[in-house]
Design a protein around this ligand. Sequence first.
Ligand code: BGC
Length: 457
Amino acid sequence: MAANPNARRFPEGFLWGAATAAHQIEGSPMADGAGPSIWTRFAHTPGMTVNGDTGDVACDHYNRWKDDVALMASLGLKAYRFSTSWSRILPDGTGRVNQKGLDFYSRLVDELLDKGIEPLLTLYHWDLPAALDDRGGWLNRDVADWFAEYGSVLYRALDGRVKKWVTLNEPWVVTDGGYLHGALAPGHRSKYETPIATHNLMRAHGAAVKAYREIGKHEIGLVVNIEPKYPNTQSPEDLAATKRAHAYMNEQYLDAALLGKYPPELKNEIFGDAWPEWADEDYALIKQKLDFIGINYYTRSVTQATDSYPLKAGAVRQKLGTYTETGWEVFPQGLTDLLVWAKDRYGNLPTYITENGAAFFDPAVAEEGRVRDPLRMGYLKKHLTAIRDAIDQGCDIRGYMVWSLLDNLEWSLGFSKRFGIVHVNYGTQERTPKDSARWYSKAIETHGASIDDPLPY
Ligand code: BGC
């Protein structure tokens, strides 16, 4: 179908890409001298992941990287967001550099550039070296220096070839999942540890940006996940719960990085005496000039007051809502709302949508080599439209990375949920672009004009 001639296009230079993360796709976690990460350890602990799934093979990207870049090129991607595995590069977390690990990413970057695909490199997508966890991990203040050391190894090796760097992916998930509720590595459950992990993550972020300014010449930013909170009712309890949940999930990390403070609700309403007083010099380290922010968006929450610990707020399932396989409501308007909110609160920094996508039940690959995934196609169409609406409202949005390029290891949910625009057969490792991938290719080719076309079915 021809693209609608009246369709509005995306801004010049808008970057169209897809995202992945090291632990979720690479496999071979111990190859070529690498050390284990907390995820290697966590997934090998009985009962921690669905079906006992681990990242030992995953999408075997460690061996298939060249074909995967060819696949990206065949889809017309202009950018690829990936993460590096800290313990491949520094098996002990600090000190000795494992050249073979570094070479893997160097080759990957060269191949991407060769195919005209811009790399966006995330230093930390949740896979802390196990050796550092043994020294306290995110609970040890020294982690800021360890992280800056690790970043510096990569900056020295790749800056110039990589021009867009991200320090942390979703610090909120690292602390909420890893230190408060324990569903993610390292699997702790402590109200007292959580604020410390939060603060050290942010200090590490600041230290890594500072180190970048000494070595790198391009751009560095932070990626957060944001989920707008709407009150379930106008009762004072629900309104207060909504404000609390918003402070906890949406303001906590961006306020720290960009405004140099934490929202007062964290101490006053959520963590109480578990929230320590921090030194002024810590805030000075955390608040560094950022070149951009990355926002990961999946869903919203309609919030009500509950007795959940320690937030005392929870989401209300919407009777008329559409939900994905991970139980997340499809709510594109929330993306527009939060982008406008971030613009107003933080001053319209250049922004990338660094993740957006959905797990739906996908049928098997059909004989003609197709996977029909109309729900995912619809999801992408609606969210790209929501981004364009935000651009129309003045938000400086520079690019979009669909989550995910490939079906992959969905952390504790193992291989049970598929987010890819490309289907992966985990038995044969065969890749098959789903219909959503074809739809997305067309969107890239028409620079967004085709997103207004009716869906092909
Ligand atoms: C993470 C991804 C994850 C995705 C879907 C994001 O929170 O960055 O690693 O697979 O959400 O759950």
